[in-house]
Design a protein around this ligand. Structure first.
Ligand SMILES: Cc1cc2nc3c(=O)[nH]c(=O)nc-3n(C[C@H](O)[C@H](O)[C@H](O)COP(=O)(O)O)c2cc1C
Length: 181
């Protein structure tokens, strides 16, 4: 039996470096991992890091693909889970409003797989009414959230906004996939 496919969406948060550990752990757990990066994410970590850790090409653009079928649609069809970690305030807004301006948003629209989101951002951004309304809207559509947690944030503040532990994110991802069998 082939390994379940996990698509990991990485966005432009300072916590993007933790997604490298997450991808490594998912691979060790036996999942086939495909990483999709926003342009923002590529300011923090290179696609090469994720390509090496996931052992698969990284999707960085809707337009760079030599195949007849757009990469994002092919991946969206095969996914057992779409996991977005870390998720920025920006991607939450894009997903809540159904935007399709990058590969990650397109996959989110095109997939029937469950969606698990691990946000990471400044505490004020997380608690802003706009972000909270976007989260509520996404939850009402069945999207699951894990975190964020309290702690010292990279922006220098302390508060609710840290990425949840990668070990716990992997655990939850595995449970969601196991429940589909
Ligand atoms: C150093 C730095 C750290 C950032 N960290 C975060 C973060 O943790 N969470 C967040 O929502 N935005 C963060 N941002 C802002 C996002 O990178 C910005 O909103 C970007 O447009 C997000 O694009 P994306 O969602 O397409 O990746 C950070 C920006 C900088 C310069």
């Amino acid at each position: 039996m082939s390994a379940p496919v996990v698509i990991v969406g990485v966005t432009g948060s300072i916590a993007a470096y933790k997604a490298a550990d997450l991808v490594s752990k998912l691979g060790k757990r036996g999942f086939e991992v495909h990483v999709v990066m926003t342009h923002g994410a590529q300011e923090f970590v290179t696609p090469l890091t994720f390509q090496t850790l996931s052992k698969n090409a990284v999707v960085t653009s809707v337009f760079e693909n030599g195949e007849w079928k757009p990469t994002h649609i092919a991946l969206a069809d095969r996914a057992a889970l779409l996991l977005i970690a870390p998720a920025t305030a920006n991607i939450l807004a894009e997903l809540a409003h159904g935007l399709a301006g990058n590969s990650l948003c397109e996959i989110a629209l095109a997939t029937l797989a469950p969606v698990l989101i691990a946000p990471a951002m400044n505490g004020k951004m997380w608690q802003h009414a706009a972000t909270q309304q976007n989260v509520a809207l996404l939850k009402s559509r069945g999207v699951e959230f894990i975190g964020p947690e309290e702690g010292i944030l990279a922006c220098g503040y302390e508060g609710l906004g840290r990425l949840w532990s990668t070990a716990d994110i992997v655990e939850r991802a595995a449970q969601i996939i196991a429940a589909q069998k």
